[in-house]
Design a protein around this ligand. Sequence first.
Ligand SMILES: Cc1cc2nc3c(=O)[nH]c(=O)nc-3n(C[C@H](O)[C@H](O)[C@H](O)COP(=O)(O)O)c2cc1C
Length: 187
Amino acid sequence: MDKIDIKTVRLPHPTPLVVAVSGNNPPNPSTYIYFSQLNDHPPIVGIGIKKKRYTYKLIREFRDWTINIVSENILKEADKAGTISGNKQNKSKILELDYISSNKIKSFGIKESIIIYEVQYMNEVEFPDHNLVYGEVVNIKIDKCYMNENKINFEKVPFILSSYYSMDYYGMGKFKNHWGFGLKGEK
Ligand SMILES: Cc1cc2nc3c(=O)[nH]c(=O)nc-3n(C[C@H](O)[C@H](O)[C@H](O)COP(=O)(O)O)c2cc1C
């Protein structure tokens, strides 16, 4: 295959909405595609966030947040949440989303999301244009219908992938095989 050099690629990834607790202020959902799990024990996740974001200020002040994985039914709201800033507008009045209390932190979760991570701030690393803000996952909620004998049935989960590169949204792919199949001589 012929290769060409390109300057950047930002791979498609399940789309998360971040809600950081805002004291007595209304919830402020925002879309953060720079999101990843960074450690297993304890489970640590991080987001890449610009310091000018309202969400960043809320996380710094209140020290916890939820990460809400978006499905098709709230994609439009997630798209709006990633375009409007809480610095200027009260998003809770604009977005048609319902909020539920978390078990272990103060931040709300989004009822319509598929998976909700409850995260407690640990620390951050400053990069030139984004900060990696990371924290411990102290609880996770998932819609029961996506579980199959205590395992998540990822093929059923209607993830929406998105990329900072193409700035598009995509549906999830099909199951191909299990990890380790390569060494078992399977095709
Ligand atoms: C699909 C999508 C993904 C985004 N991912 C990020 C991200 O990873 N980091 C970031 O700083 N901004 C990201 N943004 C931009 C913020 O969501 C946007 O600036 C939002 O208005 C910030 O809201 P806030 O100021 O209320 O926190 C993304 C926007 C969209 C639409």
